[in-house]
Write a protein that binds this ligand. Structure first.
Ligand SMILES: O=C(O)[C@@H](CO)OP(=O)(O)O
Length: 186
């Protein structure tokens, strides 16, 4: 499957990111660093020709806040879609990751998100991302989350996308996906 050209932003650092708390479908505001992350993403976007692009964001406050800073005057054209939310972590939303049972295996970080009681699970995230992507008609800028970005990049570019900088870092960068390849703009 070939998808239209995509630019993907993760929201800037939030208070709970800085404390290493799980967020999922709950929210915390951007930190001053997070606002700078979003401003840097805005500089990257301003250097691009985004004529004809659509703008879509997760409805979570941290993503909408990032869109407002990064997209500047274009922010009014940003639509929201719940399919771009972060993985739901059920009872663990707002909890410190270090205090929770730890994940194991090749990817302990992701495994811990999968373990959350009443959580959404990765398969459900993949299904909703695939649903969103299959409806895309035009090149698009997405403002989303760490794990959701990873899932989307994995669907569009393949597993090699995941070898890129950590899924829980990377604020302040923009991923460019075109023709089955991925590039990280910083
Ligand atoms: O919800 C979380 O705990 C993190 C995981 O990556 O997501 P976000 O990118 O929204 O900070």
């Amino acid at each position: 499957m070939t998808y239209p050209e995509l630019y993907i932003l993760r929201h800037g650092q939030t208070e709970w990111n800085a404390e290493d708390r799980m967020q999922g479908w709950l929210n915390s505001p951007l930190t001053p660093k997070g606002e700078m992350d979003a401003a840097r993403q805005g500089e990257i976007l301003r250097d691009l020709d985004l004529t004809g692009f659509e703008f879509w964001s997760s409805p979570s406050g941290r993503a909408v806040q990032t869109a407002g800073i990064a997209c500047g005057p274009l922010a009014e054209a940003v639509h929201t879609d719940t399919r771009l939310r972060e993985i739901g972590v059920g009872d663990w939303a707002g909890r410190l990751r270090a205090e929770l049972p730890q994940g194991t295996g090749d990817d302990p970080y992701m495994a811990q998100y999968e373990m959350a009681p009443n959580g959404e699970g990765l398969a459900a995230v993949e299904a909703r991302c695939l649903s969103f992507l299959s409806e895309m008609k035009r090149p698009t800028v997405l403002i989303t989350h760490g794990i959701t970005s990873r899932v989307i990049r994995s669907i569009v570019v393949g597993k090699d996308a995941l070898a890129n900088p950590s899924i829980h870092g990377g604020q302040g960068c923009v991923y460019h996906l075109k023709g089955g390849t991925q590039k990280m703009l910083t």
